[in-house]
Design a protein around this ligand. Structure first.
Ligand code: SF4
Ligand code: SF4
Length: 275
């Protein structure tokens, strides 16, 4: 994304719209996009309408009003002159938009947003069985973003444990080798709004896995949220939450899947898991 300086009138509306703080007003009193920080989320382009006002008369009016201590200020969701301009994105920069624009479908899954159905679909997929856990590591939210070089470190550390990366996941799709967890080298310096790594674990090994994640994440320049999906017992109880609290994690039961979905493509193993 960039600002067309021949159109910008320097109203500053776009500065507050950018979730990454990538837009600023430069020394020339016009808006500028920090290309390193911009994750191509399109919030400025799609979230603001325009009145297509001509730059010169509008700037003149703004300066004139400012002289009399008055302000010309368009509504906050308007770029008055249509100066925000979308760039054609090539690989690897394109990956920024894929992970940051919720309306952009992932090529790996065909699903918009962060491109994962996540563990909440378990009642139809039957992927996580008793004794197993579906762990998600969400990087970068809210408002911090993450470089893939940081995600790569966590992926590689986890690959040395017993985790099973979820194959229908956009981060896994970017691994050059799922066994080592290594991401493609050409995307490592790309920054995205957020991404979610998903994998299955043996629930008995949860403290070991969490320790690996914690050790890696402490060295990263981003924020991380963990999610864990497990199957409750017939009374709706689970043994893991108290275990997590003992390990020092705040644990909330955030989403409860009632298991009312109809299993898709049931295999004998899935049927057994779902029953
Ligand atoms: S595309 Fe997103 S990150 Fe880039 S400048 Fe616009 S709002 Fe900011
Ligand atoms: S909203 Fe439009 S006119 Fe105002 S500073 Fe941003 S790019 Fe310039």
């Amino acid at each position: 994304m960039h600002v067309d300086k021949t159109k910008c009138v320097g109203c500053g509306n776009c500065v507050a719209v950018c979730p990454m703080g990538a837009i600023y007003i430069g020394d020339d009193s016009l808006a500028e996009v920090n290309q390193e920080e911009c994750v191509e989320c399109q919030a400025c382009y799609k979230g603001m309408s325009t009145e297509n006002l001509p730059q010169q008369p509008t700037r003149f009016l703004r300066n004139l009003l400012a002289f009399f201590k008055l302000r010309f200020q368009p509504d906050p969701d308007i770029c008055p002159s249509g100066a925000i301009t979308r760039d054609e994105l090539l690989w690897p920069r394109k990956v920024r938009r894929v992970f940051s624009d919720p309306q952009m479908p992932h090529e790996s899954t065909g699903i918009g947003g962060r491109g994962t159905m996540e563990v909440k679909t378990n009642d139809v997929t039957g992927r996580i069985r008793e004794g197993e856990g579906g762990l998600t590591v969400e990087f970068g939210r809210p408002g911090v973003g993450v470089y893939f070089r940081d995600v790569d470190k966590v992926c590689q550390a986890l690959a040395n444990t017993s985790v099973e990366f979820q194959l229908e996941n956009p981060v896994t799709a970017l691994m050059s080798d799922v066994k080592t967890g290594q991401l493609q080298t050409d995307i490592l310096n790309e920054k995205v709004l957020s991404c979610i790594l998903e994998f299955k674990i043996d629930i008995e090994k949860i403290s070991e896995i969490l320790k690996v994640i914690e050790d890696e994440v402490r060295q990263l320049d981003t924020v991380v949220a963990l999610g864990l999906a497990i199957r409750c017992d017939s009374k709706g109880d689970d043994a893991v939450r108290s275990q997590l609290e003992e390990l020092g994690f705040d644990a909330w039961r955030a989403k409860v899947n009632m298991g009312l979905g109809r299993p898709t493509n049931p295999t004998p193993a899935r049927e057994e898991a779902i029953l």
